[in-house]
Write a protein that binds this ligand. Structure first.
Ligand code: LER
Ligand code: MN
Length: 272
């Protein structure tokens, strides 16, 4: 098995301006992704009901694509829910929101990603308390995903988006405290470029824990449009036998089609 390519499609109006390659038009995005030779698409929808499971199944079959993953960040972007809020009601809203996206994604064989929905510690919630909330939620949702036949993907973010776990070393130590074995890591090269001393070494630290990769450049432009050292990254991924998706989560710079083309070119150069 080798690394497979994927490209993001956002269906979330409130996320406009964010780092997603294709926007709003699933059919056009799937056609373009297939034309460029991508293996899969990653879909970011406002909520579980807005994931058009039947349409996606039909489109991906038609174009011989897979669904690599589904995002859950809509719960944060639209409702400001997250897993570390002080009141149990808001944490439950966040968990229910994620659970329903796990279920929708599982119908397409796609795992859900917990990125922005992990939240942060602030105010009355201490760091220790927040990590306890996160641990409990990942245990519960990880087992829920296991029953649905998919892993659960946890994405460490950079310090400007979360103050929970920003680096590989801390994340791996935290993972070791989970009861579930169904949580894998999303290594987003943009976040890692901000936080890690050496991205290739951090990928080695994650090792077998990595289940998904956001393939993007240092400035969050498409791979190849910044100063990321992809040669070093590619050797680290080879060393750890990484064989899941490298998914283009980047700004549609200078436009969606060019961003998708730049990423697949870099993918073919370094990771294929
Ligand atoms: C989502 O995958 C991500 O990387 C976060 O920064 C939210 O945009
Ligand atoms: Mn990401």
């Amino acid at each position: 098995m080798s690394i497979q390519s994927a490209v993001t499609i956002s269906l979330v109006k409130e996320a406009e301006g964010g780092p997603f390659v294709f926007w709003h038009d699933l059919a056009a995005a799937c056609a373009k992704a297939a034309e460029l030779g991508y293996d899969a698409v990653e879909v970011f929808a406002p909520n579980a009901d807005a994931i058009p499971v039947d349409e996606l199944r039909q489109l991906t079959q038609q174009h011989s694509l897979k669904v690599a993953a589904v995002g859950t960040g809509g719960g944060w972007v639209i409702h400001k829910w997250h897993l570390c809020q002080p009141d149990a009601g808001s944490r439950d809203n966040a968990k229910n929101f994620i659970r329903s996206i796990i279920d929708a994604g599982a119908q397409l064989g796609a795992p859900a990603i917990i990125g922005s929905m992990q939240g942060r510690f602030e105010g009355a919630v201490s760091r220790e308390q927040a990590l306890e909330y996160l641990r409990a939620a990942l245990n519960e949702l990880g087992e829920h995903a296991k029953a649905a036949g998919v892993p659960l993907i946890y994405e460490p973010l950079n310090r400007y988006e979360s103050n929970l776990l920003n680096r590989a070393e801390d994340t791996v130590a935290f993972l070791d405290t989970l009861d579930t074995n169904n949580v894998v890591i999303l290594a987003d090269l943009f976040h890692m470029n901000i936080e890690e001393a050496n991205i290739a070494d951090a990928l080695r630290t994650y090792g077998k824990h990595i289940g998904h990769l956001h393939f993007v450049d240092s400035n969050r432009r498409p791979a190849g449009c910044g100063h990321m050292d992809y040669t070093a990254i590619a050797s680290a991924l080879k060393e750890i036998s990484y064989d899941r998706y490298a998914s283009a989560e980047a700004f549609p710079w200078p436009d969606s089609d060019s961003a998708a083309k730049a990423t697949i070119d870099a993918f073919n150069q370094y990771l294929a």
